[in-house]
Ligand binder design. Sequence first.
Ligand SMILES: [Zn+2]
Length: 364
Amino acid sequence: MEYIGAIDLGATKVTAVIADINGNIVIRLKEAIQTEGNKFTPWRDGIGYHKIADQLISMLRRAISESTVSGIKAIGIGSAGPLSDGAIINPPNIKLRRPSSACATAPLYVPLVDPLVAEFDCRVALENDCTAAILGEVYYGAGKDVKDKRSLHLVYVTLSTGFGAGVWNGRLLRGKEGNAAEIGHFFVKEDGLRCGCGNYGCAEAYVSGRGMEKNARMRMVNEKLGCQSNYGAALRSLALAAAEKEGFAKEVDLYPWQLLNFITPSIIFAAAHAGDRLAQAVIDDSCRYGGIALANIANAYDPQIITSGGGIMLNHPQLLARIRDEMVKHLNVSAPKVVLTPLGEHVVEYGAIVLAWQLVSCQP
Ligand SMILES: [Zn+2]
């Protein structure tokens, strides 16, 4: 039996697995991403941060020795982007501190492919996490039983820290630089909130976890931090409790705006559950603009099924029906089925497994 290595590199956690061609995972290791310490060197036209590649190497080495497989034929990686030629470039979601000696405008790279090739002497494929996820869905998830993949039309949508999609329309939709199906940056609202990409009114600025936080913060500022009315009061008290728990109560006391730093998606959901109308409005926005974005991608690709995953979606699956209902209002194609991914939190891992098997010319 032959085996491959597969990696899901998220914003805060990394998972390494060893799997066979049937997608049977023989071992799975999960760790927090190492972002502490200074392992920077000049790299291409900027600087390279090497701790993450070191971590991937040591995880795969450990996985090989603990699973007692004789070795791996290839490695697939599904990673948070943006990607550039085997590396992550200027990662917006992985929190890295630039060395003070580095030029502030020099690109910051996280090299992934070259270090793994050098260590394991095998081929390594890297794709962004949504592209990997749609491959996982096609071969091991919702598309598993469809023999002729050319007849399959599938969209995968992740709702987590970010909001992204992967498209299979008889084949993988990649685009000229592998950045196709950027659903998070579909324009959904005139004069909308500013997105992490710099534009205004992107879907991600409302739908994603980061967007929800920003939307809640802007609304709290407009409501004078939830002091004046019941609108925002539960959000305020939950954020205060979080600040206290983390030892920042005094700081918030001195500088009330610091309170906004403690608003997270889980606090927004808890406040909405407690009846806070401000938090509910933030979730309403997420579902509305998420539904519009889904309709746009469905109108473009006419899929049979849209599957969805990602931390926020999997923890709050009730969002899916609301997003679907909004989507249906804007469709000009017959409505696709909208379901949670059957692969749950492992969808990117399965995509990375497909990437690795494709390198050794095996179709799973
Ligand atoms: Zn954007």
